[in-house]
Design a protein around this ligand. Structure first.
Ligand code: ATP
Ligand code: MG
Length: 898
């Protein structure tokens, strides 16, 4: 040890962050343990919250002023894959802290490598013995190799080069994915000395597994965006617009080295937990039992932090993983002889050791303790009977035998034994489990659960019914007040993410939020879901979309921008002003429908619609394109309604009553007994009659037609046999469209030196001129070819391979003219073969007799084109090709024919 005093884990963390602050980095708090994207359930690396920045998004972060292209963080990470390793290897935790420094298009490899070296070895910072440091680089990364050996001065035999399975992040990304930012990486190792293993660094090239050489830090150089496979089957690594840096250092691995203990269970923060387990159980930390101490110390940190971040223990997804980890720890406590809940008593220590960097664990300590205690109590009750049951089952199976999948499932279903727990116990008996059989039983049970639920696995944002069923049973459907109000107070009833209910949602995270009352219209009847905001004391979230369950719960897709949203919170829900534009488009859709039926006939039937703030789209049955007169007439009728400024009213009535009143209903649509009817009070004149609008509709509408402002049809197209699609714009969108179109037309007219009125005549005049000019150019090219051929001096006739071959190089002649020049040449020269080259083209003609003697223009041109860097082919008597170098093609003639 070179350090004079042992650094605590907290001090090492602080040194890392302070070092990078001194290099111009901005310190951001850790992202939640809940993954910011859908590639993983949990956050697995420090870089994950910054994927958008690596892909080019602005380096701005909610709650922080300005732009920050250099960031440093300590990120709490969970790796479920590594759970199997916990307690077994000396370097894997289920929850660990990853320290990182990031550059978004700012500095790159040189700084990342030299700074890492400075932090690790400088006596001012971590003061590691530099002779014990080793690195690996990606096999092709000569740049990184050069910086390590030449600039840092690391001996070459301290560096190994590995493939993409080791030195790319994510591992093997080029071939296997996932998609997203990725790049080569360089890993830094520390030699823990012969006491940890007798292997050498050179041997590590083959073994790739060592207790002696411990990976502490990975420097990743994300310079590519991995995309889906290209059509030919190769993955695409597109260059990112700029180069980035992403590094990850395992805090506890470095702490174990600096505190000179064999593994991180010996470092300060873990020792407190291990000692507490010893105290609670009265069992010493030694021998085979010590695995239990380690598993408990590790797992309790993971579970505490997960619950603090809002994950609830459940039977699906993330909540199930956390429950599994807790039960595994609980069983190890049981193995240590503990029969009462104890794990919750370790939460205070987790808060004490992690609270300074992750204050959320302190804030929610009481809730975390309560959740863990409740789950421990539940599990202990079944553990005893479950273990007895399993012991009986296993007692009947010989060593080397198999436990049936059904039995394993019963243990899971009735006793709450996670499969890996059963597996672990079975292993102690030398028995394996029929896991395929287990999966089958599990699927069958899930199928039964789905069938029993009211609306099964909902398509709505993938949310699962169980949670929503409970909310519905307790509160009934969402109270929707958005026809009249655009801003109301509401209460948060549930936060749902994927298959799980969360108790909290932190900044940067997204989930579906259910409120008791809402002004947000949920997507339906062609109208898009509302967007807007929800605000609460200390926070704010963006509502990106709103959907609805068939049972009437509005699901707000909320991205928390600031603060933390909790269940039961009072919020103000505010619909974005763009709703007005949506309403304009919706009422206009009804008017358009009525106008189309008037103008085109009552055969017109609605076949679909989209009503958005930006535009409206209306599909309807009709056999032919609309004529300009029909479009003009439909548009006139709708604008007549707008100018008349009629009131728009809605009423609820019995479905039969609605039909007899003449309201238009959608064909094939299912309606309840009571329906909402939207009508415009007043008709507009058309061919001796009045056209009116009355439709069954649950959408949002303007209160008077005058609010629509203006209406313009922008397109009419065919979408399916007998179905037309009209798109139209209202209000500001309509006037803007008209203004843009007029400007375009005026600009074109001005370029052509005429006014808008004279534009048509001017354009057809120009078209005539272009046609004339084309004719003149063709004639000139013919003359040019003739002139070049004229004297015959430039053409040569040679005897090649038994044929008389005339060849000629022309310039400025291509295409048709080149072909007719070839005819002329064959004629005039009396040769068997005529070969003629333009600047980029080649034509070969063979006379009838030459063909009968075996000449083949197509085959000849193939060879010539190849010599000229092109491709071509054709019949025996005539062939043509495009070439890069016509002279080289002609030059190959002699070889090609001999
Ligand atoms: P290993 O091969 O040892 O599992 P890794 O290649 O998975 O490591 P990276 O994905 O590069 O590690 O993560 C960056 C750093 O995070 C590692 O250098 C290591 O210090 C730390 N780290 C990774 N996984 C764990 C874990 N399960 N527990 C503690 N620290 C870890
Ligand atoms: Mg790993």
């Amino acid at each position: 040890m070179t350090a004079t005093r042992t650094l605590s884990t907290a001090e090492i963390r602080e040194k890392y962050l302070a070092f990078f602050e001194s290099k111009g980095h901005f310190r951001l708090p850790s992202h939640s343990i809940i993954s910011p994207d859908t590639t993983t359930l949990f956050t697995v690396a420090g870089m994950q919250p910054f994927k958008p920045q690596f892909l080019g998004a602005a380096a701005r972060f909610p709650g922080h002023e300005g732009e920050h292209k250099r960031i440093t963080t300590t990120q709490k990470c969970v790796r479920i894959d590594d759970i199997e390793n916990v307690g077994r290897t000396n370097r894997h935790n289920s929850l660990f802290e990853m320290l990182g420094n990031f550059s978004f298009g700012d500095y790159f490899k040189r700084e990342a490598i030299t700074w890492a070296w400075e932090l690790l070895t400088s006596s001012e910072w971590l003061a590691l013995d530099s002779s014990k440091l080793y690195v690996t680089v990606y096999k092709d990364d000569d740049e990184a190799f050069g910086i390590w050996t030449k600039e840092v001065g690391l001996p070459e035999d301290h560096v190994l080069r590995f493939d993409a399975d080791e030195n790319f992040w994510p591992a093997d990304a080029p071939l296997k994915g996932p998609n997203g930012p990725c790049g080569p990486c360089s890993e830094i190792y520390y030699d823990r000395g012969p006491a940890f293993g007798s292997d050498t660094w050179a041997e590590y090239a083959d073994t790739r597994e060592s207790n002696r050489f411990l990976e502490i830090w990975n420097l990743v150089f994300p310079q590519y965006d991995r995309r889906d496979l290209a059509p030919d089957g190769t993955p695409v690594l597109a260059d990112l617009p700029f180069k980035n840096i992403d590094t990850g250092m395992g805090l506890h691995r470095v702490a174990a080295i600096l505190q000179d203990v064999p593994d991180f269970y010996g470092i300060d923060v873990f020792k407190l937990l291990i000692d507490k387990v010893v105290e609670l159980s009265g069992r010493a930390y030694e021998g085979a039992t010590s695995v239990s101490h380690r598993v408990i110390a590790d797992h309790v940190r993971m579970v505490s932090m997960s619950v603090a971040d809002g994950i609830t223990l459940s039977n699906t997804g993330r909540g199930y993983t956390v429950r599994k980890v807790l039960r595994r720890a609980s069983r190890h406590a049981y193995l240590l002889g503990l029969r009462e809940p104890v794990l919750y008593r370790l939460v205070a220590l987790v808060a004490e050791t992690m609270g300074s960097a992750f204050p959320e664990i302190k804030t929610h300590q009481a809730a975390v303790e309560a959740a863990i205690k409740a789950e421990e109590t539940r599990f202990l009750a079944t553990l005893e009977s479950g273990t007895a049951r399993l012991d009986t089952l296993l007692g009947k199976i010989e060593r080397g035998g198999v436990l049936s999948g059904e039995d394993a499932f019963t243990l899971y279903d009735t006793y709450g034994f996670p499969l890996d727990l059963t597996r672990e116990i079975a292993e102690e008996f030398g028995v394996t489990i029929d896991e395929a059989g287990f999966d089958k039983s599990l699927e069958a049970a899930q199928e039964r659960a789905r069938a029993g639920s009211k609306y099964g696995k909902s398509e709505l944002f993938g949310a699962v019914s169980e949670v929503l069923d409970e909310v519905l049973a307790a509160n009934g459907p969402t109270k929707f007040v958005g026809y009249e109000e655009l801003s109301v107070e509401g209460r948060v009833l549930a936060i749902v993410q994927g298959a799980e209910a969360l108790s909290r949602l932190s900044a940067g995270s997204e989930a579906q939020v259910v409120l008791d009352t809402t002004p947000f219209y949920a997507e339906g009847g062609g109208e898009v879901g509302d967007r807007g905001w929800i605000e609460w004391s200390g926070g704010r979230g963006f509502v990106r979309d709103t959907k609805k369950t068939p049972s009437g719960l509005h699901l707000h897709d909320v991205l928390v921008e600031e603060g933390e949203l909790t269940v039961e919170a009072s919020v103000r829900a505010v619909v974005a002003p763009e709703r007005q534009a949506t309403e304009r488009h919706h009422t206009a859709t009804h008017l358009l429908h009525a106008a189309l039926r008037a103008v085109l006939g009552s055969g017109v039937r609605q076949a679909g619609s989209l009503v958005a703030p930006e535009r409206l789209r209306f599909d309807f049955t009709h056999g032919a394109a609309l004529s300009p007169q029909e479009i003009r007439e439909v548009e006139r009728l709708v604008n007549a309604w707008i100018v008349a400024d009629f009131p728009v009213r809605y009423a609820y009535m019995n479905i039969d009553e609605a039909r007899t009143s003449g309201a238009t209903a959608l064909f094939g649509e299912k309606y309840g007994d009571v329906v909402r009817v939207v009508s415009v009070e007043g008709g507009v004149g058309f061919e001796d009659g009045l056209v009116t609008s009355k439709e069954l509709c649950g959408g949002a509408h303007v209160t008077r037609t005058g609010e629509i402002g203006a209406f313009v049809i922008v397109s009419d197209e065919n979408v399916a046999a007998g179905v037309r699609r009209v798109e139209a714009l209202c209000g500001e969108a309509a006037t803007k469209y008209v203004r843009d179109t007029l400007e375009n037309v005026s600009r074109v007219a001005a370029t052509l030196n005429t006014g808008v009125a004279g534009l048509g005549e001017r354009v057809s005049g120009l078209q005539g001129q272009i046609k004339d000019l084309g004719g003149q150019i063709a004639a000139l090219k013919r003359q040019l070819a003739q002139a070049q051929m004229g004297g015959g001096a430039s053409s040569s006739v040679r005897d090649l391979g038994g044929f008389k071959v005339a060849s000629l190089r022309l310039s400025g002649v291509e295409g048709n003219e080149l072909r007719s020049a070839a005819d002329d040449l064959l004629d005039k020269s009396g040769a068997d073969l005529a070969v003629i080259a333009g600047d980029k083209g080649l034509v070969v003609k063979a006379s009838k007799t030459a063909v009968s003697r075996g000449a083949h223009a197509g085959q000849l041109i193939g060879k010539l084109a190849a010599a000229g860097g092109g491709k071509g082919g054709g019949r025996p008597d005539m062939a043509q090709a495009g070439v890069q170098d016509a002279d080289a093609a002609l030059g190959a003639l002699e070889n090609a024919l001999s």
